[in-house]
Design a protein around this ligand. Structure first.
Ligand SMILES: *[C@@H]1O[C@H](CO)[C@@H](O)[C@H](O)[C@H]1NC(C)=O
Length: 448
């Protein structure tokens, strides 16, 4: 039985072609069931958790430039949309309702990226102590606009799913960060193929990072090698938990960060106390605090103000419309007169059409003084060279406390009942709530 060759099998070219077709036809279902890419972490989470937030197709901001948001007689302003940004400077999550805590909306800005900066240059004969001087400094889209394209999903435990699968119930919530990434060579080709097979033709391969939402226990901190370090945010320094061990090096390459990149988790026991324009402890019901927000717990934008401003911003090919999300608001209002919010000092949110049964009260602390970040397109992470920064400075330098800066939107501090217990320092806010202005007055910004 020696020398069996192809010619002995009597296969002509037609035969080989048919054989080839048979193999391919057999492989197609195999590839569909077992795609040539390992399952993503989010595929596993889907079994026990549900993704929080409003689907893009159901977004309450779809018609944000419509005149329907202009004020109408006899109708109070209402909450049009709510947005949280669990990772500072990354993509936000639109919500229908949210819990309000002293430090702002629940899950807002719990993580933040930072880069390790050393003083440069260091003298050759400097002491080791001097050479070791380094400082973690927060990074935002101002330096690394690609942060805007890092998507963030919040996965909350789903009791129904867990019960169906008779799994040990877990109360743990997770964040998944996703950024576009493909490896070099054939591996990258497979990743592109896998993405398209599993998520549709337009899908691009992504890399995922899984993060626990709850603040880690002492054992977890030790076990995972997380460290407490000081990190600078604007002109303040916070002590927070560095979880950089969770970051793949690919993220640094994708963002274009040449320094060491850190990922900080805010420590709920070490929030920053807010003074300046904020109410004092007695007025607010508790000492105003904030986590990784820029300066105050919440930020609110009124759509008619944005529409008025936007109508005066020169548009070009790279800036066709000014999406409200460029301004990174938490609360987006409809139906207040343009810039009326700049005369508000205290507001009460009432149930309205929200389906909620509680009021939520806020101190309107000051105007939001803008940096250049609104120049970054929040969809593709591309920075416009001049607008809207130029128009903000030209048209919106309206606060005598910050005469050289443009302002748009207001900073809010939540108000709670005096003498309430710490666990009662909470309320709910939802889309459809109606806004009643309780106090009006003048705002003068106090610089940091
Ligand atoms: C808080 O502010 C109120 C009103 O401005 C003032 O009457 C009160 O004395 C202040 N309380 C403290 C503790 O500073």
């Amino acid at each position: 039985m020696a020398g069996l060759s192809l010619s002995d099998l009597n296969l002509d070219y037609n035969g080989i072609y048919v054989l080839f077709l048979t193999i391919v036809a057999f492989l197609i279902p195999v590839v569909l069931v077992f795609p040539p890419v390992p399952p993503q972490t989010s595929d596993a989470l889907l079994q026990t958790h549900s993704k929080a937030g409003v689907r893009r197709s159901k977004s309450n901001l779809r018609d944000q430039s419509s005149p329907a948001h202009l004020p109408r007689d006899g109708r109070p302003p209402t909450v049009q949309s709510l947005v949280i940004y669990p990772v500072k400077s990354c993509r936000g999550i639109e919500l229908e309702r949210s819990r309000v805590l002293p430090a702002g909306l629940e899950f807002d800005r719990v993580f933040m990226f930072a880069q390790l900066k050393s003083p440069f240059p260091v003298a050759v004969d400097a002491t080791d102590a001097e050479k070791d001087v380094h400082r973690w400094e927060f990074v935002t889209q101002r330096q690394f606009p690609r942060l805007a394209t890092v998507k963030v999903d919040l996965w909350l435990p789903d009791e129904v799913k867990q019960r169906k699968q008779s799994l040990e119930p877990t109360r743990e919530a997770f964040l998944i960060l996703r950024f576009p990434w493909r490896d070099l060579g054939w591996r990258g080709v497979l990743q592109v193929l896998g993405a398209k097979l599993t998520r549709g033709r337009a899908a691009q391969p992504e890399k995922e990072i899984l993060l626990p939402v709850d603040f880690p226990s002492r054992q977890e901190i030790e076990g995972k090698g997380y460290t407490y370090e000081d990190v600078r945010i604007w002109k303040e320094t916070m002590n927070a938990l560095n979880m950089e061990k969770e970051l793949p090096n690919e993220l640094r390459l994708y963002l274009g960060v040449s320094n060491k990149l850190g990922l900080f988790r805010v420590d709920p026991a070490q929030l920053r106390e807010v003074y300046r324009c904020a109410p004092n402890k007695t007025e607010a019901g508790c000492q105003p605090v904030t986590g990784f927000q820029d300066a105050y717990p919440l930020h609110i934008i009124n759509l008619p103000s944005l529409q008025d401003f936007s109508s005066q911003v020169p548009k070009d090919e790279d800036l066709q419309e000014l999406d409200v999300l460029r301004f990174r608001p938490n609360i987006i209002l409809s139906g207040a007169k343009a810039y009326d919010e700049e005369t508000w000092k205290q507001v009460r949110f009432k149930p309205g059409d929200s389906g909620l049964h509680n009021d939520a009260r806020f101190h309107v602390s000051c105007r939001t003084v803008r940096c250049k970040m609104p120049n970054v397109d929040q969809v593709d992470g591309v920075r416009h060279p001049v607008e809207p920064d130029k128009s903000l400075r030209a048209l919106r330098a309206v606060d005598e406390g910050a005469p050289l800066n443009g302002c748009l939107g207001m900073q809010l501090t939540p108000l709670f009942e005096a003498n309430a217990a710490a666990e009662d320092h909470t309320s709910w806010i939802g889309v459809g709530m109606a806004v009643e202005v309780e106090k009006r007055g003048k705002h003068v910004y106090i610089k940091q």
